[in-house]
Design a protein around this ligand. Structure first.
Ligand SMILES: Cc1cc2nc3c(=O)[nH]c(=O)nc-3n(C[C@H](O)[C@H](O)[C@H](O)COP(=O)(O)OP(=O)(O)OC[C@H]3O[C@@H](n4cnc5c(N)ncnc54)[C@H](O)[C@@H]3O)c2cc1C
Length: 468
């Protein structure tokens, strides 16, 4: 894959997933010509790769080219927590309120089914992404959180989706994961865990096997629409006979015309060294479920296949103008706070070494709902806005989008994600003021709840502004 004189990808600081993917990370040759294809895709993450995959599965004769600025998996797809989640980005309660029972139910079923489909596809394509059907375990670490979980279960039941979900009392939950302050939990028997590096790199190879061309180390500078639809890059212009697909999630906000379509939000991860068998016996967590507690600042914990604890959280603050520099997600005080969180969950791991820490950017739509659209007149297609659930939702959206581009029914057309656009985020400085206020308030609410203090007086306002 190497090419003489080609630049190396920008390293992801202290990356774990790509480094352990077992794949050759030398960039594929960049684009060095003007070219015309049927479908031009911007972005070599899950969205771009799944779109190419479903397009070519539907119609192997299509000519598909993907341009990627660094290497496939450089973005969030190669940096995430490994949750292949059966939970849609909008929770069932708000979804039901906005779209009614039938739609909320259909969305949740589609999301659950796509997790199974991903597992099946990985197997069929021979991609060993360590896909494990572990299920989810949402833990309550306060009485308030326990009430929240009970209400979530009620909503699932009201949608006819209660099966596979069960509330655990404090004793049962503690038996599953022996952490401090466990008040109970909600288990879901479906949902999976993956090695994101092996997944995204394997998918790229599968897509090439189906006939797609991938140009890495190629930066898109603009998207053109209409008769002249194209991705303009630093190595040449990719004109598209049928569609130009914008598939770069948070990075979409760097492309002219898309700046307020999403909010780039950082998420950060710390990773321990592998625990000993005795430490695992002490902690439990034998099912390797994807676990979280119900804090406002969010957390997600994964037991990796090689026996480490991955602790992720939305850590770093939003930056003015939706800036997304790499150095902002290598924020050592935030990493240290996250390491303290692990030690607070499991004081018996006070001396466990942490080997890796990294961050990435995910994309948050103004109304939390992903968007999938193809306009045959402008030839512009897009899929984005998964917040922190894109490992599975990107495949769902790509399946729908590939059907729209190829004129082939996927059965997903009626879902509310199929829409021309999401509401735009506010202009600055209002965006910065609003988001920073909510981030700050959520941290204060978590601190107060953690210390069993009264919630801040503005908790209700912050929750109204910042939650779906
Ligand atoms: C730290 C972290 C943890 C997460 N944890 C989870 C999780 O556990 N479960 C879950 O479901 N979701 C999680 N997410 C979200 C999930 O990873 C993303 O939603 C998903 O990977 C998005 O895939 P994508 O292909 O749309 O975008 P990306 O993976 O970001 O891919 C976009 C690609 O476009 C390329 N690109 C950008 N600009 C240009 C340009 N100008 N020219 C050419 N190429 C360009 C980038 O280099 C990148 O490779 C997490 C995200 C982060 C950051």
């Amino acid at each position: 894959m190497s090419d003489a004189g080609q630049r190396a990808p920008r390293p992801i600081a202290n990356d774990f997933w790509l480094a352990t993917s077992g794949d050759d990370l030398t960039p594929r040759p960049p684009l060095r010509e003007d070219i015309q294809v049927d479908v031009a895709i911007l972005g070599g993450g899950f969205s771009g790769l799944w779109t190419a995959y479903y397009l070519l599965k539907n119609d192997p004769s299509l000519d598909v080219l993907i341009v990627e600025r660094e290497i496939c998996g450089y973005g969030a797809s190669g940096r995430n927590g490994g949750w292949c989640s059966p939970r849609f980005p909008v929770d069932p309660g708000p979804l039901k309120k906005r779209f009614g029972t039938t739609v909320a139910r259909n969305v949740n079923i589609a999301q659950q089914e796509i997790v199974e489909e991903i597992g099946g596809t990985l197997e069929a394509e021979g991609i060993d992404a360590e896909f494990r059907s572990t299920g989810l375990l949402s833990l309550a670490r306060s009485q308030q959180q326990m009430e929240g979980l009970a209400s979530t279960l009620n909503t699932y039941e009201s949608l006819g989706l209660g099966r596979g979900n069960r509330l655990l009392d404090a004793g049962e939950a503690f038996d599953r994961v022996r952490a401090t302050n466990i008040y109970g939990g909600l288990e879901a028997s479906y949902g999976a865990n993956v090695h994101p590096g092996k997944f995204v790199r394997g998918l790229a190879r599968a897509v090439e096997g189906l006939g797609a061309r991938i140009c890495e180390a190629t930066t898109a500078t603009a998207i053109r629409s209409g008769a002249d639809a194209a991705i303009v890059t630093d190595g040449g212009t990719v004109r598209a006979r049928r569609a130009v697909v914008a598939a770069c999630e948070a990075y979409l906000t760097e492309i002219p015309g898309y700046r307020r379509s999403l909010l780039p939000m950082s998420s950060m991860i710390v990773l321990t060294a592998p625990l000993s068998e005795a430490q695992w016996r002490d902690i439990g967590w034998h099912g390797g479920e994807s676990i979280s507690s119900q804090v406002h600042t969010k957390n997600y914990l994964t037991r990796t296949a090689d026996g480490r604890i991955l602790y992720g959280s939305r850590g770093a603050s939003y930056l003015f103008g939706s800036a997304m520099p790499e150095n902002a997600i290598r924020d050592e005080p935030v990493f240290e706070w996250m390491r303290d969180c692990v030690r607070e969950w499991w004081p018996q791991l006070a001396d466990i070494p942490f080997t890796h820490a990294w961050g990435g950017y995910l994309g948050v739509p103004r109304d939390w709902l992903p968007t999938v659209d193809f306009d045959p007149d402008s030839k512009i297609a897009t899929l984005h806005g998964y917040t922190g659930r894109g490992v599975s939702t990107s495949a769902l959206c790509a399946k729908l989008l590939a059907g729209l581009i190829g004129g082939r029914k996927s059965g997903l057309e009626g879902l509310p994600i199929h829409r021309p656009r999401a509401p735009r985020w506010e202009f600055e400085p209002f965006r910065w003021l609003g988001v920073r206020y909510v981030q700050n308030a959520f941290a204060r609410i978590d601190d107060a709840e953690g210390a069993r203090r009264r919630r801040p007086a503005d908790a209700g306002l912050a929750e109204y502004l910042g939650e779906q």
